[in-house]
Ligand binder design. Structure first.
Ligand SMILES: Cc1cc2nc3c(=O)[nH]c(=O)nc-3n(C[C@H](O)[C@H](O)[C@H](O)COP(=O)(O)OP(=O)(O)OC[C@H]3O[C@@H](n4cnc5c(N)ncnc54)[C@H](O)[C@@H]3O)c2cc1C
Length: 389
């Protein structure tokens, strides 16, 4: 486990409990089996999901009034960092599924519906997913083509979403659509709550990706899907700005996941370098290898420190400014680079499936794209540097 110098006893206890559950449910053998299932497209580990949820590590961000644990970002970061050491794809899916109800709470959706979803979330560990990306719109959300129009007391939604985490696992969907194309994205894009099984709503085949096989990840298609007029998440027309606001603390939080996965890869490589003999001595004894490992550890530590600094600010209500995109962009890029370098450092063993390093290196690449690429993070940081005209 990571030695958190600033962790409280309570935080350490939680991380230790999560560690124990993951040791049991996400052993290397089990993770490899889950990854190979479904003709190599992978399978979501529901046993790990329920074990962690039953121990209270699902719905961690939700308010206590709704049955959640209302844990701060730093504590959640530590917990998710630990889970990510076992499998990044699972960690990403698990976190996403449990945290989507937060947006529903702050909506005018009827209380009975909210209660129905939260009761199922608490008792059955179900959850939701966020559907923004489309075949022709990723970095530029304004380019989405999904559209919703009002028909009497209902909204009718048509469109297609792709690369959606938890699209099969979820029971309710936050679908982002244009509702008024005559105004700006900040005023004309709305989020809708769509229930699984609604006529016209289908889920596409699981994506065949290079990694993240334990992450549930595919698309959804909406053909004349009807939802009641009050099933708007947030405020009509304001989905774009509320989504951008939500990303503030979430961006550095994501770096904790990457740091966990990269640390696992690094730990494997350090053990390997102490055991692997070349020219009569362990390869870590060669400065070319030992110094590389030291430098890679510094990079992971730097990424992690950046994330927890930003999360500490977020927990104290301090506006992050460029720290959010900087941590997400640079922090995750560091972790990606570390994993790529470790393959070379371990030679053929790094490249082979004998060790988890090649798997982590594949997983972390996909993880870096989700939620905005490095270029987009640089674009946001750069925006703040430009002289306003
Ligand atoms: C594992 C995974 C899970 C995901 N989960 C979800 C989810 O749950 N919900 C959801 O809605 N989406 C999800 N996504 C989609 C993700 O948010 C998008 O893939 C991401 O925003 C990038 O969009 P794109 O893939 O369409 O790339 P594009 O936007 O087409 O970009 C392609 C390339 O062009 C670059 N580029 C684009 N614009 C600029 C610019 N202005 N300046 C410089 N470079 C630029 C990008 O950096 C990138 O390298 C997920 C993706 C992955 C990989």
């Amino acid at each position: 486990m990571v030695d958190y110098l600033l962790a409280t006893e309570e935080q350490k206890k939680m991380v230790a409990e999560v560690h124990e559950i993951c040791e049991r449910e996400l052993s290397e053998k089990k993770v490899k089996e889950y990854a190979k299932a479904n003709n190599g497209k992978g399978e979501y580990p529901w046993a790990a999901h329920h074990a962690l949820a039953s121990a209270g590590y699902y719905s961690m961000s939700l308010p206590k009034a709704w049955g959640g644990r209302e844990l701060d970002f730093v504590t959640r970061g530590m917990i998710m960092e630990e889970i990510s050491k076992y499998d990044l794809g699972f960690a990403f899916s698990f976190r996403g599924l449990g945290e989507k109800f937060g947006a529903v709470i702050n909506s005018h959706i009827p209380e009975a519906d909210k209660k129905k979803w939260i009761d199922r979330q608490m008792n059955e560990h179900i959850g939701g997913c966020f559907c923004l990306t489309e075949p022709a719109a990723g970095s530029d959300p304004k380019a989405i083509e999904t559209i919703a129009y009002k028909d009497g007391t209902e909204w009718v939604i048509n469109g297609e979403k792709r690369f959606i985490t938890n699209s099969t696992n979820a029971e309710y969907y936050n679908i982002v659509a244009w509702t008024d194309k005559t105004v700006s994205a900040g005023k004309g894009i709305t989020s809708f709550l769509v229930e699984k099984g609604t006529p016209g709503f289908t889920i596409t085949e699981k994506e065949d990706a290079m990694g993240l096989q334990l992450c549930d990840y595919s698309g959804v298609v909406l053909k004349n899907v009807r939802v009641p007029e009050d099933h708007i998440i947030g405020v009509e027309g304001r989905a774009f700005s509320s989504a951008m606001g939500l990303l503030e603390g979430v961006r550095p939080y994501n770096v904790c996941f990457a740091a966990g996965a990269a640390q696992r890869a690094l730990d494997i490589a350090v053990k390997f370098a102490n055991e692997r003999i070349a020219f009569g001595k362990p390869i870590i004894e060669y400065q070319g290898v030992g110094f590389d490992l030291a430098e890679l550890q510094m990079k992971v530590d730097a990424a992690r420190s950046m994330a927890y600094y930003a999360l500490t600010c977020a927990d104290q209500g301090i506006a992050l400014g460029r720290m959010g995109p900087a941590a997400k962009g640079w922090g995750i890029k560091m972790c990606v680079d570390v994993c790529t370098d470790l393959i070379e450092l371990m030679g053929a063993y790094g490249y082979s499936g004998d060790y988890m390093v090649e798997k982590i290196a594949r997983d972390i690449r996909g993880y870096a794209i989700a939620g905005g690429t490095y270029n987009i993070m640089k674009e946001i940081v750069c925006r703040g540097m430009k002289t306003k005209k």
